[in-house]
Design a protein around this ligand. Structure first.
Ligand SMILES: Nc1ncnc2c1ncn2[C@@H]1O[C@H](COP(=O)(O)OP(=O)(O)O)[C@@H](O)[C@H]1O
Ligand SMILES: [Mg+2]
Length: 375
């Protein structure tokens, strides 16, 4: 998959951006606060995911304007495709979103068309940050391959809110325990389904990550990923999420019911699970150096890209936001050589630009006060 052209106007500070990308490497450089990350964010938005910076939809539009336009042309399986989105500040719920001219309901309907893997400086903390970051990462990876998973996850989260609300009402004596039954059955079925998908994805991720980590550490270290379920002790070979697994899940939540009521929230379930990373058998969260943590994060994202390629038969677009400057030269070279056959979009400050340029070729763009010019 390759982006050919990008047109952006009124997205944050970006003005009249109209550029043709190189099929391999594209570097956007410029001083701080000029709009480099905004370009990555605009592309990411058209991939159907929420802003990785957590920006509210209204704030995606230029503060001095009422309308933001983003248009991306790309080639997928030898076909030319087009995605476009118009956001209107006064009427943020009435977005005009199309794929190949066909109107779409909302931004999340775009999911699964333009497939991207994004690396940001915050991602470098993936292995030591809070578990929700790792869960979100895995959930996004699975959703990119199986959009239906994302719907189940959303439903699970909604039902969890209802259940927690009910727990509080029970503790206040307003309702009885058996009001929970209908929620618990649904939570158990969805939770078992999500567990199976996460477990299997992590198994696959582990294969790629192990191999890549071995290479980046010059065969001196071994990486292992483990899915730590708060519900199941054993997951290998289990697939019956509609039957046995849902039953076991239900029994587990029911066994914690008194504590749940006391605390007013659900203590066990896929919302409490974690992905443990180990280097040479020691948990990276506690033992890995900063350099090792960064290698792990890079390797996880690279593995995500390789799995997407394997599953969809099409390489995703790699968005590297300001991360190369955070890495030493060996890690920079490793990542650039690992994604040789994918289209790459890199943002960087002036200083690092020359260093990167020394070992790659492609197009370079200057970003200055929201204007983008090929140089
Ligand atoms: N809604 C908005 N309207 C106009 N400008 C915005 C908006 N949101 C952010 N900006 C501007 O975008 C710039 C930051 O862009 P960013 O892409 O993060 O910069 P960098 O080049 O450092 O990656 C800042 O100047 C900020 O004021
Ligand atoms: Mg930036």
């Amino acid at each position: 998959m390759k982006i050919t052209d990008i047109i952006i106007n009124g997205f944050k500070n970006l003005k009249n951006v109209n550029i043709t990308l190189n099929p391999d490497i594209n570097i956007f450089y410029g001083n701080n606060a000029q709009g480099k990350t905004n370009i990555i964010e605009a592309i990411w938005l058209l991939s159907g995911s929420k802003s990785f910076r957590g920006t509210k939809e209204k704030d995606l539009i230029d503060i001095n304007s009422n309308v933001a336009n983003i248009n991306v042309n790309f080639i997928n399986n030898f076909r030319e495709q087009q995605i476009s989105a118009t956001l209107i500040k006064d009427n943020i719920n009435q977005k005009n979103i199309t794929t190949n001219g066909v109107k779409q309901k909302n931004l999340s309907s775009l999911f699964g068309n333009l497939k991207c893997v994004v690396f940001t400086p915050e991602d470098l903390e993936l292995s030591k940050g809070s578990p929700d970051k790792r869960r979100n990462f895995i959930d996004l990876c699975i959703s990119q391959i199986k959009p239906g998973y994302f719907d189940v996850l959303n439903k699970y989260e909604n039902i969890l809110i209802q259940r927690n609300f009910l727990l509080k009402r029970i503790s206040q004596g307003n309702v009885t325990n058996n009001e929970l039954d209908v929620w618990d059955e649904q939570i158990s079925r969805m939770g078992a389904y999500i567990t199976v998908f996460r477990y299997n994805y992590i198994k696959k991720l582990n294969i790629y990550a192990k191999k890549l980590y071995n290479e980046i550490s010059e065969k001196t270290e071994e990486l292992e990923l483990i899915y730590n379920s708060s519900v199941f002790d054993e997951l290998e070979g289990r697939t019956d999420y509609k039957g046995e697994m849902a039953k076991e899940y239900l029994a587990k939540i029911k066994s914690n019911i008194n504590d749940d009521i006391k605390l007013g929230f659900t203590q066990t379930g896929i919302h409490r699970d974690d992905i443990i990373t180990k280097i040479n058998n020691l948990p990276a969260k506690d033992f890995a150096s900063q350099g090792q943590q960064r290698s792990i994060a890079l390797i996880l994202k690279l593995s995500q890209a390789y799995i997407l390629l394997e599953e969809t038969n099409d390489a995703p677009i790699i968005l590297l936001d300001d991360v190369l400057s955070e890495l030493d030269i060996n890690r920079q070279k490793f990542i650039m050589s690992s994604i040789k056959n994918m289209q790459i979009i890199i943002t960087s400050c002036d200083e690092i630009n020359n260093k990167i340029k020394a070992h790659i070729t492609g197009k370079t763009f200057n970003v200055n006060n929201g204007f983008v010019k090929e140089v």
